[in-house]
Design a protein around this ligand. Structure first.
Ligand code: PMT
Length: 390
């Protein structure tokens, strides 16, 4: 594909040459367009060397309508990093430099943006409104991710990694899962005890959100059913988020969408039991030493989907184990009628709940076995999707 990489003036501009390199490695032809401020962070020589083409940065340099010829050449425009400024300009129809002019001229062709800015700027209602406007016009957002920012604080605002951007735009060919719909469950469930307490677990939702973003990056429409988490989806408008609290709510949402899906990956940590009764007020100490809570079993969402599964649907479960890991995972694979089970063990350092990394064993019903080293949850998500859709 012929891709124009647009670079704007943020510190993450230093990652643009790596993005260009990865795009070329994936077989794309690349040309760069940069704002004047971007060239404070990354040089013309670097961009021209990695892309192998002249940089477009001056609206008047050649006295010609270069934004139009570049628009005619490009099949996709990827703006990385995309500052609050360029997002605001495009949302308002402003074209006062080379890149913003090219962006307006590019209307009707695919545009992907990888926002990068301070977390307070990202959260500002004006920026959020502008992002929503761009999304409603079909511009895809990749990121921003959460993490340490150049200004020293931590929050949402980091530019997505170059490899994530490359994956999100479809690794060169037509997107692998275009036209498919996938269900993902994520996060914990909360089982209410009374109006202020619940039984929960340590799942953050990171694994499930990474799966949803990777599926969307591969072209699928995603139904993400998530338990309580502070995470937000950042990839694109392809992910439809259903926020639920309890296992029974997750069950209702998942069983409702599954018949319309090509596949499902259930990574949620669902509570097996819930209190038999939920008090509608705050329970008080009753003077005695102890308290007994009666629990009843929750429905097993994965096993139910295994029973509903039609020919051609792919069902993937997770197994979080501490002992007899493989044997337990294999048992779940068979008992719940799965095509694959993704085993992660709490014995592996850096794997499982809360952390940004995971180490998994993907076991197929056909006896296949794929093992990963410790990777970021985004990388693990891509590995899982490549394995279960190949
Ligand atoms: O959210 P993170 O902090 O990123 O952590 C990710 C994770 C550790 C939660 C994830 O990688 C993981 O292992 N998820 C599955 C956790 C779990 O509950 O495993 P399990 O072995 O108890 O359940 C087996 C499978 O049945 C899972 O796919 C689970 O979603 C599903 N299940 C379980 C019980 C139930 N009532 N309904 C279900 O669908």
């Amino acid at each position: 594909m012929k891709i124009i990489v647009g670079i704007t003036g943020g510190i993450a501009a230093y990652k643009a040459p790596e993005l260009v390199r990865l795009l070329k490695k994936a077989g794309h032809e690349v040309r760069c367009a940069a704002t004047e401020h971007a060239l404070e962070f990354v040089t013309r020589v670097t961009l021209e060397t990695v892309s192998g083409a002249p940089l477009y940065s001056d609206l008047f340099a050649s006295g010609r309508t270069e934004h139009i010829s570049l628009k005619d050449w490009g099949e996709m425009l990827v703006v990385a990093p995309a500052t609050a400024n360029i997002i605001g300009k495009v949302a308002s129809g402003i074209a006062d430099d080379a890149l913003s002019t090219l962006l307006l001229a590019f209307s009707g062709k695919p545009v992907v943006m990888a926002p990068a800015m301070n977390c307070e700027m990202w959260a500002h209602p004006a920026v959020q409104r502008n992002v929503e406007t761009l999304k409603s016009w079909g511009i895809r957002m990749v990121g921003p991710a959460e993490g340490e920012l150049a200004c020293g604080v931590s929050g949402v605002g980091r530019m997505a990694e170059p490899q994530q951007i490359v994956d999100a735009i479809g690794e060169g060919g037509p997107l692998k899962l275009n036209g498919e719909r996938w269900l993902v469950t994520a996060g914990p469930t909360y089982e209410r005890i009374d109006s202020v307490r619940f039984i929960g677990n340590y799942s953050s939702g990171k694994m499930g959100f990474a799966l949803a973003e990777a599926l969307a990056g591969a072209g699928a429409e995603v139904e993400l059913v998530t338990g309580p988490t502070s995470l937000n989806i950042s990839t694109s408008q392809r992910v439809n988020v259903h926020r639920v609290e309890s296992a029974r709510e997750m069950y209702a949402a998942a069983t409702e969408v599954f018949p319309r899906c090509h596949g499902a990956i259930l990574s949620a940590a669902v509570a097996d039991y819930r209190p038999a009764e939920c008090a509608d007020h705050k329970l008080k100490k009753n003077g005695s030493e102890g308290m007994t809570l009666e629990l009843v079993q929750n429905p097993d969402i994965l096993a139910t989907l295994g029973g509903m599964k039609r020919e051609g649907q792919t069902l993937v479960g997770f197994a979080l184990e501490t002992d007899n890991e493989e044997a337990n995972a294999q048992r779940k694979l068979e008992k719940k009628n799965l095509d694959y089970i993704v085993l992660n063990s709490l014995r592996d350092k850096g794997a499982g709940f809360g952390v940004d990394t995971n180490k998994v064993y993907i076991i197929g019903r056909d006896g296949s076995r794929t093992e990963s080293p410790l990777l970021s949850k985004q990388e693990v998500a891509r590995l899982i999707i490549n394995t279960v859709t190949s």
